[in-house]
Design a binder for this molecule. Sequence first.
Ligand code: GAP
Length: 503
Amino acid sequence: MSNPTAPADAAQLKDIVAHAKEYGFVFQSSEIYDGLAAVYDYGPNGVELKNNLKRLWWEAMTQLHDNVVGLDAAIFMDPRTWEASGHVAGFNDPLIDNLDSKKRYRADVLLEEKAAEYEKAGDPARGAALTAEMGRLLTANDLAGVRQLIINEDILCPVSGTGKWTEVRQFNLMFSTQGSAVDSDAPPVYLRPETAQGIFVNFLNVQKSARQKIPFGIAQIGKAFRNEIVARQFIFRMREFEQMEMQFFVRPGTEGAWYDTWKAARRRFHEAVGLSPAKLRFHDHDKLAHYAKAAVDIEYEFPFGFKEIEGIHSRGDFDLTQHQTLSRKKQQYFDADIDPGTGKAYGNYIPFVVETSVGADRLFLATLCEAFAEETITEGEGEAQQTKTRTFLKLHPALAPIKAAIFPLVRKDGMPEKAQQIFDDLRFDFRVTVEEKDAIGKRYTRQDLIGTPFCIVVDGQTLEDDTVTVRDRDTRAQTRMPISALRAYIAEAVSFRRIFEKL
Ligand code: GAP
């Protein structure tokens, strides 16, 4: 009997966090010093899963589109970049303190949580009205109004239980450090809060060197840093995280159609990776960022509710125009195509930009939550029959940290040597492992817990006819096949191709 279930509530996030630590996926940063808040390290299995996700995104962008090319820009940039981008003046979160508990909160998060409460209690209209009012006040930078809304909604501090709130203040999220060792008056350099600006300042370098014509995109994966006030929910909101961003440069007037195209394409990506369609939804922004003309989030239903994993933004010509103004370097593109309306070339213009921006860590967490499965199974026969709960990671085989584990049934009769031979051959193509210790059932369990799709068993028959059994992680069914067929069998299952075909 099999009854796989996905965790459905916040309590189960605890299980996932514990699992991530126990099986080498995610550790708290500097844990031996009690940990640094909102900073995490990826363990041996975590780094493999994360690298697979990043490689999948990278290839889906740069390999499947001949008009999307890559870039790896530095984290540090000329500080004027962040003046031009609006981050120095406008990259703020509204924060509020509770006078009794001395705890600090994001005012918008308090209100969003209240709106979610209304929704959960069956009054989505009231929740939507509250979110809309918050959006209006924040857009108008009416911080006193935001505070009043918190008071009117009777929102209390979860720690002290009181409603004694300070004023709402804006808090800039950028980290900065000393830029020059010799000039103490030199302006600080910032740790980039988004990777996008490295793409904008290189727009012409890339366009010319890669001989790209509009429309074309530049993709980048890299670290970003934000001094988040509310750092909760595990790796969902971190101070140091990784973004996978693509800026798509288009002719002005075509941005609406490209926005719709990328919005649909990015949702397909998340479904192809294995996230349930029912757990994905679009959410239009209530408050647009300073650069955006239109913006939508792709949200995933985590155990703590629907939350953003990716943003798709129509940024107009905001960024390139700003960089042109501050750097005094032209950021124009010459479009030689003929405008059918005028019969002349489109000529010089600053392109418009449609951005797709997904957090590698959030995609990792969504993938882990989706994969974490528990099922009730019955083992053994007759009197020895027993029912137990099996926990396993139902990861897409292309994402699994280890693709196959090879087990000699016993540690004698030449079985370990045969297992080693199979390992020595398969390791040229896949990340595989050999396990000899413990009973076979325990070894299956260990691999299930890290999501290994196949367990290959070398037994007595192997020594006679060079066949092995291959046990499937999800169905637990065993198939006997020749050793010579293993490579093609695994390759078919773990290939990115099966994901790409769905895009
Ligand atoms: N360049 C546009 C931009 O940075 P954003 O919506 O602020 O837009 C894009 O961020 C994505 O980066 C988010 O959808 C999320 O996946 C990820 N992200 C943002 N802040 C994060 C944080 N503190 N921790 C983890 N991921 C974060």
